[in-house]
Ligand binder design. Structure first.
Ligand SMILES: [Zn+2]
Length: 163
């Protein structure tokens, strides 16, 4: 719905609602829009001035913007202390998780050290009894094992390695 302010040929101003702009045009063309005062069907849309707030150019009212910040001291933006605590928390949790993984992985496994690729193959091909092992392998060795269908997984580094 659109509300139009209409003016008849006699200068009577009145308001009326229309479903759309085209609807007003159609009804006005057929003489269906009549002035409620004089009954004239010769009405048209009033020239409406946009309803904008009055602007007082040159005379600025209200406090100047600079007044608030001049004597307010340091900015009110204070970094909260929480991030300093939470910054190390994810690392601590990650290291704890890695330590737990390593303990889980090595609890019932044999440390074969640098013989890991060899031992992994012997177990895989049934040369020795199947058992859980862990040890060292280069990236190439690990890839070679994977290519042969031997499941290997990187072991989390010990949490004490860096200290
Ligand atoms: Zn009129």
């Amino acid at each position: 719905m659109i509300r139009y302010t209409l003016v008849c040929e006699a200068g009577h101003s009145f308001e009326s609602w229309f479903p759309s702009s085209d609807s007003f045009d159609a009804q006005a063309a057929q003489g269906l829009v009549a002035c409620p005062v004089c009954g004239s069907a010769r009405v048209g849309k009033s020239m409406m001035a946009p309803s904008v707030a009055r602007t007082d150019r040159g005379s600025r009212t209200g406090p100047p913007p600079a007044e608030a910040s001049s004597d307010a001291g340091p900015p009110a933006i204070v970094p909260p202390a929480a991030p300093q605590l939470t910054a190390t928390e994810p690392e601590q949790r990650l290291r704890a998780l890695m330590r737990a993984l390593r303990e889980e992985a090595t609890r019932n496994a044999d440390d074969v050290g640098a013989r890991f690729p060899e031992e992994a193959r012997r177990i895989h091909y049934g040369e020795v009894e199947t058992r859980a092992i862990y040890g060292e392998a280069s990236l190439e060795e690990a890839r070679a094992l994977v290519d042969e269908g031997i499941a290997v997984a990187p072991l989390p580094p010990a949490s004490d390695d860096r200290h």
